[in-house]
Design a protein around this ligand. Structure first.
Ligand SMILES: Nc1ncnc2c1ncn2[C@@H]1O[C@H](COP(=O)(O)OP(=O)(O)OP(=O)(O)O)[C@@H](O)[C@H]1O
Ligand SMILES: [Mg+2]
Length: 494
């Protein structure tokens, strides 16, 4: 049989004002793990949607297993054995893990769904894949990392011949990524072909055989990973060299601004820490360590059971995010789809969402001021869009994340909490976000940053608090950072 499983010819996909794909020619060999890399908005997800039948190409052809198609319908794509793990989750929150895995292909006894049989098979699948997950649990009660693992199990359970993974590891930390890579190795042994999209370039080198680069909707190049360095790959992606260095803010760290003492809520047990003016305080830990719940409590989004917070020398006890914002604490949440932005609104509407009062006079929005703010952030964060009036749902994943950032930055808060700020952000844009964080602390703001990306956590933080199982497992100062030690601390309270 032909060594090439997928060959696309001159694929174009045009939207009003956007050439999402512009004459892509591209091949995937049978049984390989093939990475697609490119900046935010390069066209990666659009390309995937054409293979799954979610999108119709404007022109071009798709050849799969030697047969040529002008387009694929979702049904055809499924019948061809193509399955996909989307960048945005597609699980049903109120169904259990087992029900989600078999959703649309339920095992039945007569006309009734045989839940016990599905649970049994789901359990076996977990065991086979080396995943420790309770298959009875509702998906909405799982953390985002485990939800991602369920997505993966779902694709694996279909016994697909061709699995496409669009940023599957974005919500995973080092530990879960390792579990996931084991799954990929297994699939590889079974000769499954995989397309793998990730902004974490180290992963491309760890797990992939070949890599292709897209840029502005165009196919640039394909290389065997052993024939290319990370530096070269970045240069293909962004058209210039990038340094690996993290920027050093020029500022003096000031007095304590925020003091958290013995804070407790449903996930956080007795956590104390301080944040100083002008400081970038990092929070490390494994997924589920309680970091997100801690910052949500400080922002006012989750109830606090006991403990005190002092902000600017005064007692602060937020009851809602409005209290947090009013006091000068802004949060950039990890789950952009659920909490970060309203997908059905425009970029402009999202950016000014939290500051409407500030830019209105007698309830009328000052259009000129609004435009200035919106234009400033689109430019500063380099949001790829034909206009501020574009709906956020039409932006690429990384560009949606930039809108979430812009929305929080526009509030001009004294403390900004970044929960996984660079998830899904391309290498070039990451640098821009780091530079922006520098500018913020240079202007006297303080930053709390939760990050599961070890290099970023170590590179950007002035101090790191490590959380483990809802507790503060210790603090490290610059100079003491060490990846192994950090991971040990992160597991110390398990
Ligand atoms: N439905 C749509 N309407 C208009 N433009 C769209 C639509 N879908 C995608 N686009 C645009 O097509 C371009 C490519 O988007 P795509 O989602 O494929 O990028 P990507 O490479 O996956 O980026 P990321 O790394 O940020 O996920 C972007 O400029 C995006 O705004
Ligand atoms: Mg994408």
């Amino acid at each position: 049989m032909d060594d090439i499983i997928l060959r696309v010819k001159d694929i174009c996909k045009y939207y009003p004002g956007v050439k999402a794909l512009d004459g892509v020619n591209f091949e995937v060999k049978r049984g390989e793990v093939h990475a697609i890399c490119g900046e935010n908005g390069a066209g990666k997800s659009t390309f995937i949607k054409i293979l799954t039948g979610a999108n119709e190409p404007t022109s071009g052809t798709i050849e799969f297993n030697g047969k040529e198609y002008a387009k694929l319908t979702p049904k055809q794509s499924m019948e061809l054995g193509i399955s996909v793990i989307y960048q945005e989750f597609s699980l049903i929150p109120y169904l259990s893990v087992a029900e989600n895995i078999f959703y649309g292909r339920e095992i039945k006894k007569g006309i009734i769904r045989d839940i016990a049989a599905m649970e049994k098979q789901a359990k076996e699948l977990c065991k086979e894949m080396g995943v420790d997950i309770d298959v009875h649990k509702r998906v909405c009660d799982l953390g985002i990392a485990y939800q991602q693992i369920v997505e993966i199990l779902k694709a694996v359970s279909k016994k697909s011949e061709f699995i496409i993974m669009d940023e599957p590891t974005a919500p995973l930390t080092v530990k879960e990524t390792a579990v996931f890579f084991k799954i990929i190795q297994k699939l590889k042994q079974d000769h499954v072909t995989i397309i793998f999209i990730s902004h974490r370039l180290e992963e491309v080198f760890e797990i992939c055989d070949r890599v292709s680069v897209f840029c502005d909707g165009k196919y640039i190049v394909s290389k065997d990973v052993q024939d290319i360095t990370k530096k070269q790959l970045i240069t293909y992606m962004v058209g210039r060299e990038l340094s690996d260095d993290y920027p050093e803010p020029k500022r003096k760290i000031g007095e304590t601004l925020l003091k958290v003492e013995h804070l407790k809520n449903k996930r956080v047990h007795d956590v104390s820490f301080e944040l100083k003016k002008g400081e970038i305080l990092g929070f490390g830990g494994l997924v589920g360590a309680g970091r997100t719940e801690l910052v949500r409590a400080i922002y006012g989004a989750d109830p606090i059971e006991s403990g005190t917070i002092t902000f600017n020398g005064k007692k602060y006890s937020p009851k809602s995010p409005a209290d947090g914002l009013e006091a000068g604490i802004g949060l950039i949440p990890e789950d952009r789809k659920a909490q970060g932005c309203v997908l059905s609104l425009t970029i402009r509407e999202n950016i000014v969402y939290s500051i409407l009062k500030k830019i209105s006079k007698v309830s009328v929005v000052q259009k000129k001021q609004e435009k200035e703010i919106v234009d400033q952030y689109i430019k500063e964060l380099n949001v790829k869009t034909p206009s501020p009036e574009q709906l956020v749902k039409n932006l690429s994943g990384g560009n949606q994340q930039k809108v979430v950032l812009a929305k929080a930055l526009a509030t001009n808060c004294e403390i900004l909490i970044f929960d996984e700020p660079t998830r899904g952000i391309d290498v070039g844009a990451k640098q821009e976000i780091y530079n922006l964080m520098c500018k913020l602390v240079e202007a006297g703001k303080s930053i709390i940053m939760i990050s599961s990306e070890m290099p970023e956590l170590i590179g950007m933080s002035d101090r790191i608090v490590v959380m483990s199982n809802g507790e503060n497992a210790g603090e490290l100062s610059k100079g003491e950072y060490d990846q192994t030690h950090l991971l040990e601390m992160a597991s110390s309270k398990l």
